[in-house]
Design a protein around this ligand. Sequence first.
Ligand SMILES: Cc1cc2nc3c(=O)[nH]c(=O)nc-3n(C[C@H](O)[C@H](O)[C@H](O)COP(=O)(O)O)c2cc1C
Length: 216
Amino acid sequence: MNAQELDMLIKGRRSIRQWKKEDVPDELLKKAVEMATWAPNGGNYQGWRFVVVKKKETIEKMASAVQSVADKIASWPEAMPWQEDVNRYQKNASFFRNAPVCMGVFMSGYQSPMDKVLVARESFDREAKEILGFRRSAPTAIQSGAAAVTTMLLVFHQMGLGAVWLVSPIQAKREIEAILKAPPNMDLICLIAVGYPGESPQRERKPVDQVLEFLY
Ligand SMILES: Cc1cc2nc3c(=O)[nH]c(=O)nc-3n(C[C@H](O)[C@H](O)[C@H](O)COP(=O)(O)O)c2cc1C
């Protein structure tokens, strides 16, 4: 792949939220997960698990769980000041029920040797506690999972599939973890809904000069 093809692959990927009914072959899903496991990850600990769901009723169950939490949040009086935005969010909360495939991404916690030292000191050493706080503000496990998901979305795009990264379903974490029989001591970090694209949305990005700064 040359630089121009790489540019096209990266910029051509879009989040897809409508799909054809067509099945996605297991071999493609397996290949995409295998490629995702080559993502950079903290300490190469590879604390990820991917649970693929194709059964319509199971996807429906997850979507309904998410919808019911979204309905509950929208009904609380504190939602009033943002009613319009909350209603839009509520309306779109479970669109992934139409996806032919929905994957749960799970991560186990990661403790580097430095974390172990800091944890041992945090109860009596303010400085250690503060440093641990810095580390916890940018969790390695979440960042590693995000690297894998990013890689997978690009692979899906290259395969002609369309996917969307879904973090809002985390509001129904307990229900989804039960439905997916979450691996022990692992946390659901997101869902990925995928299928053959039924839409081709356009999206823009800020010019790079707006987000880039060189410090010389
Ligand atoms: C961490 C993360 C969480 C996201 N969560 C959701 C979500 O819950 N629901 C959704 O429809 N899209 C979600 N997205 C997709 C974003 O809305 C999408 O990436 C963004 O609008 C840019 O569009 P693009 O992916 O087509 O370039 C998420 C993306 C990321 C990276």
